[in-house]
Write a protein that binds this ligand. Structure first.
Ligand SMILES: [Zn+2]
Ligand SMILES: [Zn+2]
Ligand SMILES: [Zn+2]
Length: 327
């Protein structure tokens, strides 16, 4: 997976709606996001609709999560929409290729194996028995006496017969007909988390929650994610912001630098520096999981960012307490 999509994912993880959706996968409430059929709108994802509020935004969100590699998808169904009114309340017509009428009678073709006679099932029907119109023998055993040799259609409009009908559609809402060529024909997917996103979310989730709880137990007021306005007027987001309850300033900002490789790059150090330069918190702490590159360490020292390296939540809290609280 490319670096660009990793960056895209990191951006998406900071979106509250994305956090809500991922938390449903993490908690096991969702193992797979399957679409649910809706007569008017076609397929919907009620879980996502409930999170974002607007069905159109739900589709956009799923698309961006797929493109960034947070979600992977599997083709679930294909759906036809009316080209005139956009509804999915559309029926399928099998039409006569000669006159295009959908008033078509479908029959099964039967072959009498012994004499080789082939005709439609109606021609063989004598009350509730099947009798060969050519040799008058009764057919009783399927596959032994006779077999189905396909379908045969007859048009009630023009009287012609054919074996392959032409597909067309009828909109049950606006009552117009349209051909397959004119129809909007869309893919419908079911989704689940990619292994990368699962790993990244696990790292973030298992770390942010304990750090947050630890800070709260120490009397801090905590926001996660926390948004702060800088001197420039721009708003910046940190994974966690904390300040002692009831105190105006004394602000600590915390970012997580997670890496699916062994060592986090200096990129999150630089990104954090740009934000703290604007926001001027009292303390900045970057938690690298599991380790920070040497360049990153040098830059963190230069930028006065407290660096914590940790493999798990316990380590992170211990180191974090030493570096950021007891000072
Ligand atoms: Zn329509
Ligand atoms: Zn016809
Ligand atoms: Zn026969």
């Amino acid at each position: 997976m490319s670096k660009a999509s990793k960056d895209q994912r990191v951006k998406l993880y900071k979106d509250h709606n994305v956090q809500l959706l991922i938390s449903k996968f993490m908690s096991g409430e969702l193992s797979k996001l399957d679409p649910v059929y809706d007569r008017k709108y076609g397929y919907r994802y009620p879980v996502v609709d409930a999170i974002v509020g607007d069905p159109r935004k739900a589709d956009e969100l799923l698309q961006s999560l797929f493109e960034a590699g947070v979600l992977r998808r599997e083709l679930y169904d294909k759906i036809v929409y009316c080209q005139f009114c956009d509804t999915a309340n559309v029926s399928m017509h099998y039409c006569c290729p000669h006159c295009k009428s959908f008033d078509v009678r479908k029959s099964a073709l039967i072959e009498h194996i012994k004499c080789g006679y082939i005709d439609t099932e109606e021609k063989f029907r004598k009350d509730d028995r099947l009798v060969c119109p050519r040799c008058r023998k009764e057919l009783t055993k399927p596959d032994l006496d006779y077999h189905k040799a396909g379908v045969w259609c007859t048009c009630n409009e023009c009287g012609k017969s054919f074996d392959i009908p032409v597909a067309a559609h009828f909109c049950r809402d606006c009552h117009r007909n349209f051909t397959f060529e004119e129809a909007l024909y869309k893919d419908v997917y079911s989704y689940d988390l990619t292994p990368e996103a699962l790993k990244e979310a696990t790292l973030g989730w298992i770390l942010i929650t304990p750090i947050r709880e630890f800070l709260e137990s120490r009397g801090f007021e905590v926001e996660s994610p926390g948004f702060l306005k800088g001197k420039s007027g721009a708003s910046h987001m940190f994974d966690i912001t904390a300040s002692p309850a009831g105190v105006e300033r004394n602000l600590t900002v915390i970012d997580l630098a997670t890496s699916t490789d062994q060592i986090a790059s200096e990129q999150p150090v630089i990104a954090m520096f740009a934000k703290i330069y604007d926001v001027s918190p009292d303390r900045a702490c970057l938690i690298a999981i599991p380790r920070m590159s040497d360049n990153g360490k040098k830059l963190a020292a230069l930028y006065k960012i407290n660096l914590v390296e940790a493999k798990n939540p316990k380590e992170a809290i211990e180191a974090f307490e030493k570096v950021c609280i007891k000072k």
